[in-house]
Write a protein that binds this ligand. Sequence first.
Ligand SMILES: C[S@@+](CC[C@H](N)C(=O)[O-])C[C@H]1O[C@@H](n2cnc3c(N)ncnc32)[C@H](O)[C@@H]1O
Length: 260
Amino acid sequence: MPITGVVDLSGIEENQEVVAKWHRLSHWRDVGFMALVRHIRAMFLYRTHYWLSDRRFESLEKIATRGTVYKNDLSPVNATHADLSYEYGASPRLIADWLLDALEEDLNRYSFIDYGSGRGRVLLTAAGRPFRSVHGIEFCDALHKQAEINIAGYPDQHLVCQDVQSVCCDALDYALPDSDCILYFFNPFKEVLLDKVVRKSLETARANQRRIIIIYYNAKHDQPLVNNTGLKSRPLSPVAWLKLKLLSPHPVQIYDMITD
Ligand SMILES: C[S@@+](CC[C@H](N)C(=O)[O-])C[C@H]1O[C@@H](n2cnc3c(N)ncnc32)[C@H](O)[C@@H]1O
């Protein structure tokens, strides 16, 4: 028999809230207790970085990069990959510094590319080093515009690299500069897109006889890198390893391109 009559929608928001809570609870029940402990530790360290360090850097350097922009609010310029993206949140400044300090290369030979650069915190951290160029690739126009404002207002005395740009495009549409490159990923998108972007970058580098180093921060979805036979994981120095192990909210990994 067909159902007729008026559907009573009162209380639907409360119900949705209950359902959301239940989903969160069942999520943690599914992934397990240790995953919940790791999550709480990560949140605690992320907030500690914010209160003790990131806030101070932001006011000293006159930039605004903090905050979270959730996936549904990202409004990408190219919607093809909207479903594959993760939310915006900036890397803790000290972690980005330590990761860059862990590189022993002559940075003058390298361009630095932050895939999914958001408001530009890592971009500007890298710009304090002598890279050939520093590019941030961001597909959300509002975040890209904020990054441009941050770059324009950044105190000159902190800029060592003069070619610093936020580029508003999809990660897969960006063409690498013709130089050795360091690629930085802070969990910008899902594995399927990460795989495509990494493969494309390696192909370009091989065709131009260039070298690539990949820094992967929040290395939770790293199967495309682990499984890529063109890459090998690079151990950190004991001091860098210890600092990052103890104080980084998220796991980190550095990969080298295997050259013939
Ligand atoms: C977790 S944030 C990282 C921000 C910055 N890299 C940092 O470490 O401070 C990830 C960023 O990737 C961007 N993003 C996601 N998918 C993208 C895509 N397909 N192309 C370009 N940017 C993308 C998001 O808009 C977001 O700003």
